[in-house]
Design a protein around this ligand. Structure first.
Ligand SMILES: Cc1cc2nc3c(=O)[nH]c(=O)nc-3n(C[C@H](O)[C@H](O)[C@H](O)COP(=O)(O)OP(=O)(O)OC[C@H]3O[C@@H](n4cnc5c(N)ncnc54)[C@H](O)[C@@H]3O)c2cc1C
Length: 367
């Protein structure tokens, strides 16, 4: 896969994160707890350091910025329809031949490639009759192929924050409110770190008046997530109408492994506050606060505040729904190239892996 990592690097700019003083305190606190300072752009192992950031100047390099801007550099035959939603894949004699969209039909002379992401790729498939037959039947959708795993195996990096009030206001950050990270290996024989932290500089803007996590004064948070979370949820259709949002059940913490790791991670997180450097940054723990001590109290807190890190994947995975060549099983000329193909969680933030998968998909489809 290094070939595809290199290809992503040819197209995007990866810079070290800026170093906000509070982020630096988090990194130094990790070092006070005997973690090694890591350069995470060179590889992944337990330690503390900064996120490599895909940013040019102050602008994050999303795949759209990376591959589609500036428009003038795009091949002339590429036509992009913005503000257009695909409503259905058209399939004839077992082959994808195009799509119905809100701007009219599209005919595909070679292939249709789905890249709607882990929530909407399975939605579009199910709207088109590709999915679990029993579910489609209940909505009156004609079955084109019974693919029972479409929308299943939804995984994400489930996280839970500890929030501290700081002694002084937090100065503005430059690009992203998450600069520093920490990776821990809490299970001895884990193949790679099993917990990844986001150290966050933005609390009030994120949690607003949510009484579970709101803050009155300046604050920071450390939010560990389970890097290879095992809980699985589903995406289902609410109706046969493409305008209706799909039903998303993340089913967080349904696998006890995820809760066990978060419990350990939360206990480790609290140790940060005991370090000299963190004491100079933070005044007190606001959430959950000192009353939470036992495993039961921690578990109940984690259940009440657990949150997404926006890394859903796996809902049309290799093996279950697509072949290793990313072809949808049983349907001709239909490919998937987004986070829904991942058969397992990616240990770190997944965007770069999605781009790598898309680079490989381009090779496979052109072959
Ligand atoms: C707020 C936020 C912050 C994030 N930050 C990071 C980060 O710092 N680092 C990191 O590694 N990852 C981050 N991620 C995760 C990362 O963005 C995703 O993992 C990645 O974008 C997934 O790529 P994808 O191609 O699978 O789906 P997407 O990027 O979601 O692309 C799907 C595209 O399909 C379009 N679409 C959907 N349905 C239809 C339809 N029916 N018709 C037409 N178009 C459709 C959508 O509008 C979208 O443009 C973040 C995600 C979010 C939401």
């Amino acid at each position: 896969m290094t070939k595809y990592f290199d290809r992503v690097l040819e197209n995007t700019v990866i810079e070290p994160s800026p170093r906000h003083p509070a982020s630096q305190a988090f990194v130094d606190a990790g070092k006070e707890l005997d973690l090694k300072e890591m350069d995470f752009s060179r590889g992944i192992s337990a330690g503390v350091g900064y996120f490599p950031l895909n940013a040019k100047g102050r602008l994050r390099q999303s795949s759209s910025v990376t591959y589609l801007h500036p428009l003038a550099n795009l091949p002339r035959h590429l036509e992009i329809w913005t503000q257009t939603q695909a409503a259905k894949i058209n399939i004839e004699s077992g082959k994808a031949i195009g799509a119905e969209t809100t701007r009219g039909p599209i005919h595909a002379s070679r292939a249709v490639i789905l890249t709607c992401g882990s929530i909407q790729t399975p939605q579009l498939m199910m709207l088109s009759g590709l999915g679990p037959a029993h579910h489609l039947k209940t909505l009156g959708i004609g079955i084109v192929a019974d693919l029972p795993h479409v929308g299943e195996h939804l995984r994400d990096h489930v996280a839970a924050p500890i929030v501290w009030e700081t002694h002084a206001p937090i100065a503005p950050w430059e690009i992203c409110p998450f600069e520093a990270t920490m990776m821990l290996k809490l299970v001895d024989d884990a193949p790679a770190p099993d917990v990844l932290f986001h150290f966050g500089l933005r609390i009030r803007e994120k949690y607003g008046d949510d009484p579970k996590l709101s803050v009155n004064g300046p604050a920071v948070k450390a939010s560990p997530n389970v890097t290879r979370a095992r809980s699985e949820g589903q995406v289902k259709l609410a109706s046969s109408d493409y305008r209706d949002h799909p039903l998303i059940n993340l089913n967080y913490l349904s696998d006890p492994y995820d809760m066990a790791l978060l419990l350990k991670a939360m206990r480790f997180t609290r140790r940060l506050f005991e370090t000299k450097i963190f004491q100079s940054l933070c005044k007190s723990e606001i959430h959950p606060g000192p009353d939470v001590q036992t495993d039961d109290e921690w578990a109940s807190y984690i259940r009440s505040v657990c949150e997404t890190v926006y890394h859903p994947c796996g809902t049309a995975s290799i093996g279950h729904v697509v072949t290793p060549e990313l072809k949808v099983k049983g349907i001709g000329n239909l490919y998937i190239a987004d986070a829904s193909i991942f058969p397992a969680m990616i240990t770190t933030n997944i965007n770069c892996a999605v781009m790598m998968a898309a680079e490989k998909a381009a090779d496979l489809i052109m072959a």
